[in-house]
Ligand binder design. Structure first.
Ligand code: PLP
Length: 416
């Protein structure tokens, strides 16, 4: 799923220049990947999708049969996901929930609240009394647990195990759990604990985190039925063929689950579910040399695909050569060595991949960036320089194999 799939390749070559750049999502590849992830997990483990990774409605819908629910982290995500996949279980997390967001979540009947602070718990208790007086509201305090030395060492994005605005120190989460259990908040139902300590870990690292969180939560002597150990499964942009070891992770979770019969474990991956199903396709506009280095300027850039700029990596890519050159002027071409692929923005940070070995690259050739299905378009600064927005194409839909769905830049869905 790293090289363009046949459907992605065909679409990247079929689009006319003005229709580029474009995000191409292979929903068939996504369904197959999610099915493999689900199959690797034991029954006692629920799989939620962290919608923040990619909230496109088509992605949420493609995942629907393979996930048990969705993690949302704002009122906006809440409303969006509830509309895209109506009736599916939602867990509402994230720091700084406003009273309006909590009210909206209660009105929507959100299944679970991940509570990030004592203040948030008090707001939730009062609003639940007013908005949903006849319903018990399930709560999982989010704990920021110190973990064994080295467990988070592989993470470039640690959100816990150190001072952080996310969740609560164990010394604060524990009294909260006890207060929930002893009926101090009669309308709030303590389910257990939530933790998301880091992103970008391998299976061994995440299992160490899971073991710590489950051990801490079950050792308190407070009755709990659920532990959510978060997301954070690594995606290796430098070696895209190296994949998170879902089989080892599933086996490890099965061992932890086996030690705690009756306890539901839950995970909420984002990146590792959707990164591999998205490609950003564009074309070479110009090729130039500067102080001994070769640059290819591409249509689009990091205002569409910010992932390499934020994470500091080179986005993996493939070139699809285009033979025809329709213009009367000469066709710029690279010299056959290493080429740095940049976008159209007036900033040196607009770099998609550095010094890529490319035996041949000419203006008009197509370049397709892979691993663009997560934290890509939705984290990008779209409006900088007012270039046009990319197209969005959803390929291999279950019900429309022959007719890929296409969304134009203003967000209206049409069938190509
Ligand atoms: C609370 C929470 N859960 C899940 C995720 C998903 O993480 P990832 O995309 O690394 O799997 C995040 C990401 O920031 C998060 O903050």
């Amino acid at each position: 799923m790293t090289l363009p799939t046949p459907a992605v390749r065909d679409q990247a070559l079929a689009l006319a220049s003005p229709e580029l750049p474009a995000y191409l999502y292979d929903l068939g590849a996504l369904r197959a990947h999610a099915a493999r992830v689900r199959a690797a997990l034991p029954e006692q483990v629920e799989l939620y999708y962290a919608a923040k990774a990619n909230p496109e409605p088509e992605i949420l819908a493609a995942l629907e049969p393979r996930v048990d629910g969705y993690e949302v982290a704002s009122g906006g995500e809440l409303a969006h996901v509830a509309a895209a996949v109506p009736g599916r279980p939602l867990a509402f997390g994230g720091p700084g929930k406003t009273p309006d967001e909590v009210t909206a979540a209660l009105e929507l009947g959100v299944e679970r609240f991940h509570v990030e602070s004592e203040h948030e718990l008090r707001v939730l208790a009062e609003l639940a009394r007013r908005v949903a007086p006849r319903r018990r509201v399930a709560v999982l305090p989010r704990v920021n647990l110190p973990v064994p030395d080295g467990s988070l060492a592989g993470s470039a994005l640690a959100m816990g195990g150190r001072p952080a605005p996310f969740g609560m120190d164990p010394a604060r989460a524990e009294p909260m759990l006890r207060a929930l259990a002893d009926g101090t908040y009669p309308q709030l139902e303590p389910r257990g604990v939530h933790a998301h300590l880091a992103s970008g870990l391998d299976a061994a690292g995440l299992l160490a985190v899971a073991r710590s969180v489950v051990g801490w939560a079950t050792g308190l002597g407070v009755p709990i039925t659920e532990v959510n150990v978060g997301g954070g499964m690594g995606v290796d942009y430098a070696a895209p063929q190296r994949r998170f070891d879902w089989a080892a992770y599933g086996e490890g979770l099965a061992r932890i689950a086996g030690e705690h019969p009756g306890l539901t474990l839950r995970i909420e991956p984002g990146r590792a579910l959707t990164a591999y199903c998205g490609w950003y396709a564009t074309e070479v506009l110009d090729v130039k040399r500067s102080h001994g280095e070769e640059f290819a300027v591409l249509r689009g850039g990091t205002h569409h695909l910010r992932t390499p700029a934020t994470k500091g990596h080179d986005q993996p890519c493939s070139v699809l050569p285009v033979e025809g050159w329709p213009h009367p002027w000469p066709r710029p071409a690279a010299g056959g060595g290493r080429v740095t692929l940049v976008g159209q923005l007036c900033t040196p940070k607009d770099v998609l991949a550095r010094r890529v070995p490319l035996p041949e690259l000419r203006a008009g050739d197509r370049v397709v960036f892979s691993l663009a299905g997560a934290y890509a378009w939705n984290i990008s600064h779209h409006d900088f320089l007012m270039h046009p927005r990319p197209g969005f194409h959803f390929l291999n839909r279950e019900t429309q194999e022959a007719a890929p769905a296409t969304r134009n830049p203003v967000g209206v869905t049409r069938t190509a």
